[in-house]
Design a protein. Structure first.
Length: 528
């Protein structure tokens, strides 16, 4: 590897999600770009993208989602092995996370509920035909031949009544109309998790919410090295030059009319699309609002870029059908310990060891997660926080006769407590002024699972690119799975190691299918 003087190299990162944060780390560590020459351009006032966490006791804490990990996220753990925790500079986030999961092991005893009772999940309930179709999908070596088929195009209607599908649907947020190509990738990528799927075995979580555990320490590390976080600066367009088969970014255009001319030593990394853009938060008394793509920053930016070259993807495939992409989450803040105590006794899981609890007979498709407390670093000892979601917000509730999308936080808690058959026990909690349930509508949250064709997502480094890359969930990376932090960090490694002479390559995707023991255990699990 030849040492290159990058003292005059400037890199602009559009968006501040985990892909940009990881890119900045690798640019400094491996490409030797001075931190002061790296600018993160973010349209919002806080960094992190989908890895968020905010709020307080009086107004309620909020996380739009939570990220599950597993030990084979090699890119993620490589990235986090560089980042010290906020509490102790001698312990990395990777070390903290692994130690936390050794202490609080995922072993769900109440993974699925029906009529307020714990369901038997010892068998996946798959028919011979279901198993045959799963095997055929796994062995389908050319995924482009699957085209833009949906999961419901591949399996029979009976498949969607099985325990396997209930676990899969609630854990990964796949829908019947999601891409069968993405389901195939998940089936291969996470085959090692099949034996413990019904108990969330092998799932790892960070010690705190994703913002406190990952984003804040990453920002601290980067700022200590001079990286510029330029908040409230929305990129609305990027100009390109197409000459001699090459593609070169020449100008960054910002919402305020500012223009950044890119010189011969400048680079730009673009996060195209966002699963949490246009999110809107309600309250205990107000339902969240459903926003449109036209109000989005990231999607409209990708739309403008995509019109300039066919290699830049087709954003409309992922953003033009909000009715099939949206769902809601809600974060609950409690000062009354009654619900946490009841849930721990009912489930047989201490908070932080059970993971998702899914109400299979909920019209809204509700699940909740009782996180290990404290979930926020500044959370008082007398406060508890849990998270939930509803995958079908346009359906009428089973107890609250309204669409979930029309419900405020109090009504969502009423539906939840009624399904659990504990409304009488929880009435004081439900009526307490100290209880906060913050619902969030996310119009694009399932957009990366939309059926697609090859080319609808741009390559991280489009053919002929000289100075730019795409990052994140809407890039094309062979074999790996979207809706994971791993995918975003892998895009960062790919971008840095492709555009700069580091002598490194992205870490390989784990291939459990190549391990005979993993395959044997998976087959045994499927046939239980």
């Amino acid at each position: 590897m030849t040492n290159v003087d990058h003292s005059k190299t400037t890199v602009y990162l559009v968006g501040s999600g985990i892909a940009s944060l990881a890119s900045a780390v690798y640019l400094i560590k491996d490409a030797h770009i001075p931190g002061k020459n790296i600018h993160i351009l973010e349209q919002d006032k806080v960094p992190g993208g989908a890895l968020d966490g905010s709020g307080n006791t009086s107004q309620g804490y909020l996380t739009r989602g939570g990220r599950m990990h597993e030990k084979h996220y090699v890119c993620t753990w490589d990235f986090l092995s560089n980042i010290p925790t906020l509490e102790d500079p001698n312990i990395t986030v990777k070390e903290q996370t692994f130690a936390f999961n050794e202490k609080f092991v995922s072993d769900a005893h109440a993974r699925l509920l029906k009529a307020g009772r714990i369901m038997d999940v010892s068998s996946f309930g798959l028919s011979l035909k279901d198993k045959a179709r799963m095997l055929e999908l796994l062995l389908h070596t050319h995924e482009e031949s699957l085209g833009n088929q949906r999961i419901e195009d591949w399996f029979t209607p009976d498949f969607f009544e099985t325990i396997y599908w209930m676990l899969w649907n609630s854990m990964f947020a796949f829908q019947k109309w999601s891409s069968v190509v993405e389901m195939r990738r998940y089936s291969i990528r996470f085959i090692q998790l099949l034996p413990g799927l019904q108990k969330l075995g092998g799932i790892l979580r960070t010690a705190y919410n994703q913002y406190d555990a990952v984003v804040r320490p990453s920002r601290k590390w980067l700022e200590a090295r001079g990286v510029q976080f330029d908040m409230n600066r929305q990129v609305v367009d990027i100009d390109f030059d197409f000459d001699d088969g090459k593609k070169t970014a020449t100008k960054i255009r910002l919402k305020d009319g500012e223009e950044i001319e890119l010189t011969a030593t400048d680079y730009v990394f673009i996060t195209n699309g966002s699963i949490v853009d246009c999110s809107n938060t309600g309250s205990m008394t107000k339902a969240p609002i459903l926003k449109t793509k036209e109000e989005s920053g990231s999607w409209m930016l990708w739309e403008r870029i995509a019109k300039k070259h066919a290699d830049f993807g087709n954003p409309g495939v992922f953003s033009d059908n909000i009715a099939l992409q949206k769902w809601m989450s809600f974060t609950v803040t409690l000062k009354d310990p009654t619900f946490f105590r009841w849930m721990q006794d009912f489930s047989g899981n201490l908070a932080g060891t059970g993971g998702l609890v899914t109400l299979t007979d909920s019209s809204w498709g509700m699940s909740i997660v009782m996180e290990r407390q404290p979930y926020f670093i500044d959370q008082p000892e007398d406060v508890q926080i849990f998270w939930g979601d509803g995958l079908y917000p346009d359906r009428i509730g089973d107890f609250v006769t309204k669409k979930m999308s029309d419900c405020n936080g109090k009504e969502i808690l009423q539906e939840l407590f009624s399904h659990l058959k504990i409304m009488d026990k929880m009435t004081p909690t439900w009526e307490s002024e100290d209880t906060q349930c913050l619902p969030v509508m996310m119009p694009f949250i399932d957009s990366e699972f939309m059926p697609r064709n090859l080319g609808d997502r741009p390559k991280v480094i489009p053919d002929g690119s000289t100075n730019f890359a795409f990052l994140g969930q809407f890039t094309e990376i062979a074999d790996d799975c979207v809706f994971t932090v791993e995918y975003s960090v892998r895009s960062a490694q790919t971008a840095v190691y492709s555009l700069f002479n580091t002598g490194k390559e992205p870490l390989p995707v784990y291939q459990g299918m190549h391990d005979p023991l993993v395959v044997i255990r998976a087959v045994e699990a499927i046939n239980r």
